[in-house]
Ligand binder design. Structure first.
Ligand SMILES: [Ca+2]
Ligand SMILES: [Ca+2]
Ligand SMILES: [Ca+2]
Ligand SMILES: [Ca+2]
Length: 416
């Protein structure tokens, strides 16, 4: 639809020049007629919000103004809403559509938000880029045309004259470290402008945090965490400090919630990816929502002699990311597989439907499927090719090394 409209746009009113500069009727390309009220900062991960800023010397009544990301569903700011001179107002973007809660959310992959006055005149527009958790996009200083990503959102207060360096998400090598193995942590920054230092803080088994400088090597800020000779948990987080003294963290919740890895030598349980379906249109419904939904599924088989609670373990559709979906802990009645038993996990990208609903689908064109221990070690994984709708792919007998197509699938039941 968008493409079609673009073509109409190309040959129609907009003409080639505007088309080349991004003419898209789904985006509002009217000139902004500024009146001193700005979209000053946006935040798109977790509880989304938009910060408005009144750059005037007088308070401003913005009742009846419109804020939106889609012109087809503009949200009307309630009557009587005012912003003080040089003041800020937060609109929470949570789909509620009441009071200062807008009828839309923001996309963390980036989009455009618009502000109109009560006459429908476009008075501001901000196109924001992809934002990582904990990052905002705003004007520096408040109300100016200079926009940047910051690692320190300032919800409802001044953005300040300079931004805090923002860390792009950290990576770890190896992703599943073992005993006596040093670990390299890397990150990049959104901008190195005004950067004073990048540091890593780390600790072992709940001790006190040590810190180390992260140094620029081949475009990445890197630090190496020392090898550990005993089992336990390594926790770490990163800090970027600006020359303005402001600091941002990865994860943004640090030091309360941090990144970590486990060094663990437990023997792995005897579990198999036993059968799965990557294209379900009529086979076997997931009734969790109250209506039949034909979702992808993964069957796990416990070939061991003892029950295994998979709470805290992971399933993934990507061998390179064993930590993709953590089976919730604390629900052993749901997540324990008896010896010789089976457990069905819906790969429906609907984790809100319960403990046994992973946050991914299986690709019918082929990909990986695996189950991983609490420390990320591989219990069992498999790479499959293109799948036929409503035909499952499973081990010829439970736990066997050979696979075949099942025209009569047995989700949660023996393949034999
Ligand atoms: Ca702010
Ligand atoms: Ca699928
Ligand atoms: Ca479902
Ligand atoms: Ca089966």
């Amino acid at each position: 639809m968008k493409r079609l409209l673009k073509v109409i746009c190309l040959v129609g009113v907009c003409g080639c020049l505007l088309y080349l500069t991004g003419c898209d009727p789904l985006e509002d390309e009217r000139p902004v007629q500024a009146e001193g009220l700005h979209i000053n900062e946006v935040y798109a991960s977790g509880e989304d919000w938009i910060e408005l800023y009144n750059d005037l010397e007088t308070s401003k009544n913005i009742g009846g103004y419109f804020i939106y990301d889609k012109a087809s569903s503009k949200y009307t700011i309630p009557a009587g809403t005012t912003i003080q001179a040089k003041g800020f107002l937060i609109l929470v973007c949570n789909d509620l559509g009441v009071g200062l809660n807008t009828n839309f959310k923001l996309s963390s992959t980036g989009e455009t938000v618009y502000l109109e006055n009560s006459s429908g005149t476009l008075i501001d527009r901000v196109e924001f880029p992809e934002l990582s958790g904990g990052q905002s996009y705003g004007r520096y200083p408040d109300g100016s045309a200079s926009m940047a990503i910051s690692g320190t959102p300032t919800r409802g207060t001044s953005n300040g004259g300079s931004l805090t360096p923002a860390i792009l998400s950290a990576t770890r090598q190896p992703i599943v470290p073992g005993l006596n193995e040093s670990v390299t942590i890397s990150c990049t920054l959104v901008s190195t402008q005004g950067l004073a230092a990048v540091k890593i803080y780390y600790r072992f088994n709940g001790g006190t945090y040590a810190s180390a400088a992260m140094t620029l090597q081949g475009g990445f800020y890197k630090a190496t965490l020392p090898a550990q000779a005993t089992t336990g948990k390594v926790e770490y987080y990163l800090e970027a400090e600006g020359t303005n003294g402001l600091k941002s963290y990865e994860p943004a919740t640090a030091p309360n919630k941090v990144l970590s890895y486990l060094l663990n030598t437990d023997p792995l349980p005897n579990l198999f990816i036993n059968e799965f379906m990557a294209a379900n249109t009529s086979c076997c419904p997931d009734n969790s929502s109250g209506t039949a939904a034909y979702d992808d599924w993964i069957e796990i088989y416990n070939a061991g002699a003892v029950a295994v609670n998979i709470g805290g373990m992971y399933v993934s559709d990507n061998k390179a990311n064993p930590f993709k979906y953590k089976i919730p802990e604390g629900q052993p009645a749901l997540t324990t597989i008896p010896p010789g038993g089976f457990l069905l996990i819906w790969a429906d990208n609907e984790p809100e439907q319960g403990a046994l609903h992973a946050d991914f689908n299986l690709n019918a064109a082929g990909e990986d499927v695996g189950i991983y221990y609490i420390d990320g070690r591989t219990i069992n994984e498999y790479t499959f090719g293109a799948q036929t709708p409503n035909v499952s792919w499973g081990r010829t007998t439970n736990g066997a090394s050979t696979w075949k197509a099942f025209t009569t699938p047995t989700p949660g039941q023996s393949n034999n």
